[in-house]
Ligand binder design. Sequence first.
Ligand code: AMP
Ligand code: ZN
Length: 483
Amino acid sequence: MTELRLFNSLTRQLEIFTPVHAGEARVYTCGPTVYNYPHIGNMRAYVFADTLGRVLSYKGYKLTHVINITDVGHLTDDADTGEDKMEKMAAEKAQSIWDIARHYTEAYWADIKALNIRQPAHWSIATDYVPAMIAYAASIAAKHCYELDSGLYFDTSTVAHYGALARAKTEDGEGRIEQVDGKRNAADFAIWRKTPAGETRQMEWDSPWGKGAPGWHLECSVMSEALLGLPFDIHTGGIDHREIHHPNEIAQNQARCGSEHSGARFWMHNNFLIERSGKMSKSSGEFLRVQLLIDKGFHPLAYRLMCLQAHYRSELEFSWEGLQAALVRLKRMVMANRKWADHLKEGRMTPGDSWEHEQVTNALVANFNMAVSSDLNTADALTVLEATLALKGTAPECIVTAVDHMDGVMGLNLGRLQRTDLRIRPKAAIITEDEIETALAARKEARAAKDFAKSDIIRDDLIAKGVEVMDGDPLGWDWRLDI
Ligand code: AMP
Ligand code: ZN
């Protein structure tokens, strides 16, 4: 089988994937901080991690995937300044942190489901691991940490090659990390943050360094080690994590297991989804979350397809036009897939024995395999999928089996989606689908009776309500709502 090559951010090179444990793949993905809804850029990170997981399963590895939920410890600044994001939101909303965390975790899981992201083996919740974090910090404190009034800090000069992942020199920390009084090196970071004297935090725990809360970087080191063992195979996250969060995790892993030990063999990072109007900012009014796409009438899998159309290491620019194009593409695939499934149902089998069919199917799947094995080239993989759907003279059973295989990796649900699921249905539409269908039926009647004046009135009325009538649309759409 074609070897799987993945881009390792540690070496900035493509490397052949060989598992730490034969036949297994253990993957850790930095999950969301549940202080607010995730935006669609955040969700790109999980579509990427899901695609990686699906490819690993497809290549025959027994996958153990962990995604964490950060419900404590992430400051408004990735370094050690600013407030705890959870505490801040809880104060703003006058709610308990636990309620905030529950609400936004559920919202995140709804997006996970909408994008057909598979459930990982474990959702690790940071607050469940606080005793393990304290034990972990205690085990490295003597050799690698020092205490200040504000907390326990990791001394980055105690491990070799700190920041190698970011390709930054330690002094570069100077500019990017606001100084905390007493820090020995600019890049040093808190692994335990003490509750300031006279204050009470909603979330705080007793520790050898006083009451307080764990640092964000500590959480991922502890949960990945606890659930996957060190070293594990692949650690993923957005490209911003390559600069601070992951170098800090690596430093902790080194402290725990030795300097040559980054903790994971591969560190993989997705590039950003960008949006130029600022709508992805969580503070903007109508901010871009999966639910907004749904409210505007788009099936969320159109967004999944949009992500897959780009390579995960490239920036991807979001636009509504781009999303609409992805939706049309998805619809074409769904319709072609349905045609082949119908051929099969109607018993239009092609002669040839099962061995021959298997050979044909394998040949179809081989190109797809090459694409996904080449650092998850989903853009090429989609082209192969479409070419398979467009084949002529090939046995339908071979096409259906091959497409099933491919869609198992792409996760577009081609077999289950209906053409009508992909109609654009804005929540704010002032006309219902039934009303549109009734008006269109009346228009058809008027046209049949050559009453073109009436047919035009119906059409104009529909236009006024935001409905575009699409006579002779090649995709079989007879109407669509303006967005
Ligand atoms: P956070 O909840 O802020 O920790 O972010 C969750 C994940 O989304 C992390 O892996 C981030 O690196 C990633 N991320 C944040 N912004 C974007 C973006 N615009 N595009 C893609 N990934 C992002
Ligand atoms: Zn993390």
